[in-house]
Design a protein around this ligand. Structure first.
Ligand SMILES: [NH3+]CCCOc1cc(-c2cn[nH]c2)ccc1C(=O)Nc1ccccc1
Length: 338
C-alpha cells in the first residue's frame, strides 16, 4: 500500500510523479502542503542501500553545511525504520545533460553563463573543504529561472586534514574522472574536480565527450593521454581554457582561484565569477519567524530558539519554504497545520 510506505511524510507532502532515479534512490516531485510550494523528495530504502548507506549519511551531512544559490538546497530529512526521505529544492528544468542533448551543443556565450555558475558552486564547496568528486551534466539541474543547481553529494569528500589531504577511493563516472584518480594514485579532491569541470566545459561546447570509448581500458588510455579533438567551431579562448583544465599532470592544472578570472570566463561579463553564497544563513528572517510563531502559537523567542537548532525537521522545511515564497514575492503564509 503506497500510503503506508510513505506515511511518514504524507502528513505534510502530497507526492506526485517520479522525476528521476539513480542507483539506489527514487526522486519524486511533491507539494509541501503547509506552503503549497513544490519540492523534490529523494526516497531511499535502507535495506536496498546496503553498503551504500554511508554515502547517504555523507550527502546529508554535506548538504546541511552547503548553502549556496547554485547548490540544490536540503529542506528536511525524515528517517523511518526502513526509509530515508530527503526533501530538496525543486528544479523544474531537469538535467543539464538533457538540455545539451536537445540543443546538440551550446554557444560560447550560453556555455559561459552555465559554466560560471558551475565554477561558483564548486569554488564555494572547495572554500569549505569539500570536493564533489562526481561532477557531470547529469548532476546539474536547471531551475525555473534557468539557473543551475548542483546535486548528488554522495561521493563528496571533506578530508579530515583539509583540502590538501590526499584521497584514495576511486569513484565518480569514468568519462569525467581525472587521470590521477583512475591511475589509482592518491589524489587531491579539488584538483580532480577541476579536471571534471574541463570535461564538463568540453561537453557544453561540443555536445560530446573529450574522452569516450565503450571499452573501459581504451577509455582510461585516452584519459591518461590527455589528447582530445578540438573541433573548428571552438573559440581560441575556450580552447586555451580547456587546455589549462585538462592538464594530465595536476601540478600544471589551473587552480580554481585562477579559473574565476580567466579571460574566457570574464569575456562579455567583465567581472570575475562571484563564488560566495548569496544566501546569508546566520540571521533568521523576521517575517518568517512572525508567521511561524503566530501559526504555532508560541512566542517569537521560543520560535527563534527552536529554528536555531536546524533540526531539518518539518519546522526547518517550513522556514526555508516560507523564505523561498518571500524571496519570490509571494505571501509569507502557511495554509495548514504544521
Ligand atoms: N541525475 C539526477 C536524477 C534525479 O536525481 C535528483 C533530482 C533532484 C531534483 C529534481 N528536481 N529538483 C531536485 C534532486 C536530487 C537528485 C539526486 O540526488 N539523485 C540521485 C543522486 C544519486 C543517486 C541517486 C539519485
Amino acid at each position: 500500500m503506497v500510503v503506508e510506505e510513505y506515511s511518514a511524510i504524507a502528513s505534510h507532502y502530497r507526492l506526485k510523479e517520479t522525476i528521476g532515479s539513480g542507483g539506489f534512490a527514487k526522486v519524486k516531485r511533491a507539494v509541501h502542503l503547509p506552503t503549497g510550494e513544490t519540492v523534490a523528495i529523494k526516497i531511499m530504502d535502507k535495506v536496498a542501500l546496503g553498503a551504500d548507506l554511508p554515502r547517504v549519511k555523507t550527502e546529508i551531512q554535506a548538504m546541511k553545511n552547503l548553502h549556496h544559490h547554485h547548490i540544490c538546497r536540503l529542506y528536511q530529512v525524515v528517517e523511518t525504520s526502513r526509509k530515508i526521505f530527503m526533501v530538496l529544492e525543486y528544479c523544474s528544468g531537469g538535467e543539464l545533460f538533457d538540455y545539451i542533448v536537445q540543443k546538440d551543443r551550446l554557444s560560447d556565450s550560453e556555455s559561459r553563463t552555465f559554466f560560471r555558475q558551475i565554477v561558483s558552486a564548486v569554488c564555494y564547496m572547495h572554500s569549505l573543504g569539500y570536493a564533489h568528486r562526481d561532477l557531470k551534466p547529469e548532476n546539474l539541474l536547471i531551475d525555473e529561472d534557468q539557473n543551475l543547481k548542483l546535486i548528488d553529494f554522495g561521493l563528496c569528500a571533506k578530508p579530515r586534514g583539509g583540502m590538501e589531504d590526499h584521497l584514495y577511493t576511486c569513484c565518480g563516472s569514468p568519462a569525467y574522472a581525472a587521470p590521477e584518480l583512475i591511475a589509482g594514485k592518491s589524489y587531491i579532491g579539488s584538483e580532480a574536480d577541476i579536471w571534471s569541470m574541463g570535461v564538463l566545459l568540453y561537453a557544453l561546447l561540443n555536445g560530446f565527450l573529450p574522452f569516450d570509448d565503450d571499452n573501459i581500458g581504451s577509455l582510461y588510455r585516452k584519459i591518461k593521454s590527455g589528447k582530445y579533438d578540438v573541433p573548428d567551431w571552438l573559440s581560441k579562448e575556450s580552447v586555451a581554457l580547456l587546455k589549462q583544465l585538462l592538464q594530465v599532470d595536476p601540478k600544471y592544472r589551473i587552480t580554481v582561484e585562477k579559473l574565476l578570472s580567466h579571460s574566457w570566463m570574464t569575456a562579455e561579463m567583465g567581472v570575475p565569477v562571484e563564488w560566495q553564497s548569496k544566501y546569508q544563513n546566520t540571521v533568521l528572517d523576521e517575517d518568517v519567524i512572525t508567521e511561524l510563531s503566530v501559526h504555532q502559537k508560541v512566542s517569537r523567542e521560543t520560535m527563534r530558539t527552536e529554528l536555531s537548532k536546524w533540526k531539518y525537521d518539518f519546522l526547518t522545511a517550513a522556514y526555508f519554504l516560507l523564505l523561498k515564497k518571500k524571496t519570490s514575492g509571494r505571501a509569507v503564509r502557511l495554509q495548514m497545520t504544521l
